[in-house]
Design a protein around this ligand. Structure first.
Ligand code: LRH
Ligand code: MN
Ligand code: MN
Length: 424
């Protein structure tokens, strides 16, 4: 489905007057409002191809209707999201869940929808049909060199797909690790993984990067070979300047101070970017901002502070991606909510009074520092984010539009009720 721009314009027209009242009030309270708006307009969050179908757990999956059944339909869905919010202008593919065949056609379709190809993701955490050797006991860490070789070759294959599509980075997430004490020699597993990553690194084109994603547990429950930011940073440092650490918000042990991790990785020039999601317990992959919105704001606060200190471009110098899935929501509605939460946290971080915050920190004025952050967090900046959308031709209220215009029903009509998208 390609959305007719007139439908959005008509919808925005109906809400223009009430939006303007709210925005004008807010704008009069914010110093650098035009600058903030431009930054919001420029900011784009990539959508993972595997989040477009209803997710499942190992206990079951309740498939939705009108889900994308092919890579072309996944692109269509991301194009639809982007038309609605103008902030989702990229898609991240997972190989082999997505197998691009006709590169020229896929690229032409993406260009027509205004989409870029973000990081490509490899998959050595599952065995595929017809795969020669099993990843049951790991991939890049495996005790058998032939298994490591197979996993390295897969990653190089993924890079090749990415090159054809115009991606510029590879994200490597490994489920490698062990389930029981004694199962694995930690040092050998690390060395094998490093050597394997070095071979993948050597295959990166000149202008490419590799993102090393860590995760504390699951599917291995005793040790993970890339289990935390320390281990990821070790690999990234040993690999070289094209390698950095990717932070997936759900991949930490409970109560980890993610904003501090982000700040230090940024300081070291080793922060690759994000997989945004939210969680109550572990890798829950819930809608961004649905559980801990204050944490999300604090992370963006560190990002804005640290990126500005290093003179980085917010929109282009890190990888911004969602990595969420949901059992009980319409995936497109879920993704609209996630993008909105990210934009809101970013807007909040952009409006923190940094001069006052620095002064409070330098004076050990703990109360003032907390007030500054919480006042910003508690200011309703939704009209600001809506204004950025309005100016970029998106819908003032994308979720409302999606529901009122019954876009899922249109997709069901096109694709049918018995649809299953590949992914988690
Ligand atoms: C692992 C992970 C990783 C995978 C994705 C499907 O939990 O976050 O990023 O590629 O899920
Ligand atoms: Mn992830
Ligand atoms: Mn995950």
């Amino acid at each position: 489905m390609i959305l007719d721009k007139n439908r959005i314009a008509e919808f925005n027209g109906l809400h223009a007057a009430s939006h303007k009242r709210k925005f004008d009030f807010l704008a009069s309270e914010i110093n650098n409002v035009e600058d903030v708006l431009q930054k919001l307009i420029d900011f784009q969050v990539a959508i993972p191809s595997w989040a477009l179908g209803t997710g499942g757990t190992r206990f079951g999956r309740f498939a939705g209707a009108g889900e994308p059944g092919s890579l072309e339909q996944k692109l269509e869905d991301v194009g639809l999201l982007h038309a609605l919010n103008q902030s989702s202008g990229a898609i991240s593919l997972h190989i082999p869940w997505d197998i691009p065949e006709n590169y020229a056609a896929i690229k032409a379709q993406a260009a027509q929808l205004g989409l870029q190809f973000d990081a490509v993701n490899s998959n050595t955490f599952q065995d595929q049909k017809d795969q020669e050797l099993s990843y049951k006991f790991g991939s890049l860490q495996h005790v058998n060199k032939a298994v490591r070789k197979q996993a390295i070759e897969h990653n190089i294959e993924v890079i090749k797909h990415g090159v054809e599509l115009g991606s510029k980075s590879l994200t490597v997430w490994l489920s490698d690790g062990s389930c029981f004490p004694g199962q694995l020699n930690f040092r050998k597993a690390f060395q094998n993984t490093l050597e394997s990553l070095q071979e993948i690194y050597a295959a990166l084109p000149e202008d490419w990067k590799v993102f090393v994603e860590y995760k504390a547990f699951e599917p291995n429950f005793y040790s993970m070979t890339v289990g935390d930011w320390g281990q990821s940073l070790l690999y990234a440092t040993k690999l070289g300047p094209k390698a950095s650490t990717l932070v997936d918000l759900g991949h930490h042990l409970p109560n980890a101070n993610i904003e501090q991790i982000v700040s230090l990785l940024l300081m070291e020039g080793k922060l690759a970017g994000f997989h945004f999601n939210d969680s109550k317990y572990g890798d829950d992959d819930l809608t961004v901002g649905s559980i801990k919105p204050y944490q999300l704001f604090l992370i963006f606060n560190e990002l804005v502070e640290g990126m500005d200190a290093r003179g980085m471009n917010h929109a282009t110098d890190l990888g911004w991606m969602i990595d969420a899935s949901h059992n009980v929501k319409d995936p497109l509605e879920d993704l609209l909510q996630s993008v909105e939460a990210i934009m809101l946290a970013y807007a909040q971080a952009l409006t923190v009074d940094r001069v006052k915050l620095n002064a409070a920190q330098d004076a050990n004025d703990v109360v003032a520092a907390q007030e500054i952050l919480q006042n910003t967090f508690r200011t309703d900046l939704r009209p600001l984010v809506a204004e950025a959308r309005l100016r970029s031709g998106a819908a003032l209220y994308p979720l409302q539009f999606f529901r009122e215009q019954q876009l899922r029903a249109e997709l069901v009509k096109e694709r049918g009720t018995k649809t299953i998208a590949t992914g988690l």
